[in-house]
Write a protein that binds this ligand. Structure first.
Ligand SMILES: Nc1nc2c(ncn2[C@@H]2O[C@H](COP(=O)(O)OP(=O)(O)OP(=O)(O)O)[C@@H](O)[C@H]2O)c(=O)[nH]1
Ligand SMILES: [Mg+2]
Length: 333
């Protein structure tokens, strides 16, 4: 589908706790920010009410993705099964925030909780089907067995949606790991958000909305099956050229003299910011490939095996008494 021109440029949709923490910090003023969650735990004064969508009848997912999925798709989180009070959540939030009128939507969520990791993929999939250029900025976590399991499940959900919709889904992947401060991961994520805001500012000489749309929907020009793909962003050509099997490369240079093609992508385009963000490097390269997704899955599977092995060696403790041993109701003398 070819992208129609609209007046709205870039939206950031923050889904779940992690995104509600990081999203408000983004300073790019060209980006409209929206927030969706099942819980009020991560609400803050910096989020205006009109940009906030609270899913009703559920107070957080507590890392149970299935529960949030059912609340989002079947509305069964309502105490009354006939309750029509909560319309289909994803369509409703997309309509409320008029997200299909944006030329580019960034969806930010963690992969390891329940709310963001369910709302995020559903939102990405719906927008991609509606013909909007969409990119996910996602935070996995390998610090616990449940986080790792959820991270793998959410990535597989994204892959499934890409295949079912016959439209690629592109994510920039980040990871909370044992020993790494979350604030470091947050800074990485904020850099990516700033860089995407610059790419989609519609103020880059030589690079337009359709170039961005085709880079994300790479199967339009490249002979690659629609699937889950990785977006990596670099400030140096040498680094960017290390990415295996690049499909699309978009580059921004503040200095036209410095521009030069690199790698062997199927599709590449260069732009020159008219009003460069001084906080960003002089060159930025946005590389989309699929090999990196395979690497993420491999490492996550290894980590899950490692954690399962550790749990396997835990000594199971048998309860000291059976229910029948206690003849005095709920009291042991
Ligand atoms: N980098 C980073 N990670 C965070 C932050 N807050 C939570 N996390 C991580 O995100 C994961 C939990 O996901 P959240 O985003 O809080 O969960 P949620 O989407 O609100 O889902 P539920 O609360 O389970 O319904 C865990 O791996 C946390 O370590 C944050 O501000 N920054
Ligand atoms: Mg939460």
């Amino acid at each position: 589908m070819s992208k129609r021109s609209s007046q709205k440029k870039t939206a950031l949709v923050c889904c779940g706790g992690t995104a509600l923490n990081i999203g408000p910090v983004l300073s790019a003023h060209d980006v409209d920010k929206f927030f969706i969650d099942t819980s009020e735990a991560n609400f803050s004064d910096s989020i205006p009410d009109e940009n906030l969508y609270k899913i009703r009848h559920i107070k957080g997912g507590g890392q149970d993705r299935r529960k949030v999925y059912e609340a989002c798709t079947k509305g069964i989180a309502s105490p009354n099964p006939n309750d029509q009070d909560q319309p289909p959540v994803i369509d409703d939030s997309i309509e409320r925030f008029d997200l299909t009128s944006y030329d580019f939507v960034i969806v930010l969520f963690s992969l390891s909780g329940a709310s963001g990791s369910t709302i995020g993929p559903l939102t990405m999939s719906a927008l991609s089907k509606a013909g909007v250029a969409v990119v996910g900025v996602v935070v996995g976590d390998t610090a616990s067995a449940t986080f790792t399991k959820n991270t793998i499940g959410t990535l597989k959900t994204l892959e499934l949606n890409a295949i079912k919709n016959k439209k690629p889904l592109v994510i920039s992947y980040h990871e909370n790991q044992v020993g790494v401060p979350e604030s470091m991961v947050d800074r990485e994520v904020l850099f990516v958000l700033e860089a995407l805001a610059e790419l989609t500012s519609q103020n880059n000489h030589g690079l337009d909305t359709q170039d961005v749309y085709n880079a994300v929907n790479f199967n339009i020009l490249a002979p690659v099956e629609p699937q889950l793909a990785a977006l990596s962003i670099f400030d140096s050509r040498t680094e960017a050229a290390r990415i295996l099997d690049p499909i699309t490369v978009l580059s921004l240079y503040t200095n036209r003299e410095a521009a030069a093609p690199f790698g062997d992508p199927y599709y590449t385009k260069t732009g020159y910011p008219r009003n460069p963000n001084p906080e960003l490097p002089e060159q930025l390269h946005f590389v989309v490939n699929t090999a990196l997704i395979e690497d993420h899955f491999k490492l996550l599977d290894q980590r899950q095996l490692e954690l399962n092995r550790q749990f396997g060696s835990y000594r199971p403790r048998k309860a000291l008494l059976g229910v029948d041993d206690n003849n005095e109701g709920d009291f042991v003398g």
